[in-house]
Write a protein that binds this ligand. Sequence first.
Ligand code: PLP
Length: 384
Amino acid sequence: MSSHSANDLWHGATRVVRAGLPDKQAGTPYLPGPVFAAPYHAPGDPSLSAYTYGRFHNPSWTHYEAALAELEGGPCLLFPSGMAATAAVLATMATPGSTVVMPSDSYYTTRVIATQEFDGAWFAAQHITVVQAPSRGDALLRALDEHADRGVSLLWLESPTNPALDVCDIAQLSARAHEIGALVAVDNTTVTPLLQQPLALGADLCVVSDTKAMTGHADLVLGHVAARDPALIERLRLWRTRMGVIAGPMEAWLAHRSLATLHVRLMQQCRSAMAVAEFLAQCDGVRGVRYPGLPGDPSHAVATKQMRAYGGVLSFELASAAAVERFFAKSQLIYEATSFGGVHTSAERRARWGGDVVPEGFVRMSIGLEDVDDLMADIAAALT
Ligand code: PLP
């Protein structure tokens, strides 16, 4: 990898453009193209070949993982989706007979796999209990204390949460979790390592769905895990190799290519999201606007302490499900779609899926790269 790759003094914009690129060599591309291979030439002792078999390793993963490691501040592993990354952490880090503490308001599917897939069979067989508590306030801290005697092996956090955008104090919770011997994993999907660095804040593991802002063009499904301790990454690597939960080389390469624009995309999304949040807060018929950047938002103080900017996702409420449907029908710019972090502004009425404790008229909106004046004009027209 580039000799500059470990340059801690580089700003985020420089890092994302150069992260993971190989050393300059005449006649080679900046970022080598995707490598499609199942077996590689590997005579004799396999440990002498850098690559042997496609389920074990791939040069396109290596480049993207090196880039992610530079951004995360710790070694990193690529997975075929955010949920594959999440499942790998839950499966490998929770120890038999222990408790896993997690937010009751984290991403819906994370709660589903913890409480139905794992708790239903896997965790039950190993006598692992899942305890949930809200991200807001000190409920997670209290849950840690209440279950400390039984042994908490893993504290799972998500901040800001999807979709409520509540923020928890990662440094404080990590310190308490470590006192009682628990590992801490943070789902950092909503803001990415560019805006918040869970490992530097004290977490052991950082999990991200690269499907969202990391890749940002609404055309990839990927995820990754970073860790402070390389031994944890080796545990996860065994899981990935044995279970075969691997990303395609084309996806890894496309993700790496998309990374170069992460800073410009995200910063513009942050600026526009702030403007749209302020605008929505003044609109008739709109209530409960949530954006961690708003000074009056319940998440603002902690977000300001631990995040570099507030992200591109916000939420608000309209009077009813029907009011939201009318809003979407009138808007010309807002795609009605799930997911977030992409270059196209999109939104959805979250209650349509079930699973989240949100009002019928609750809307999660992801701000894209359209001109913010056009967006606000479109929103104003759609609200009338
Ligand atoms: N974590 C969060 C916060 C998410 O919002 C999502 C997906 O929406 C995931 C994890 C799962 O990611 P993926 O859809 O890439 O599996």
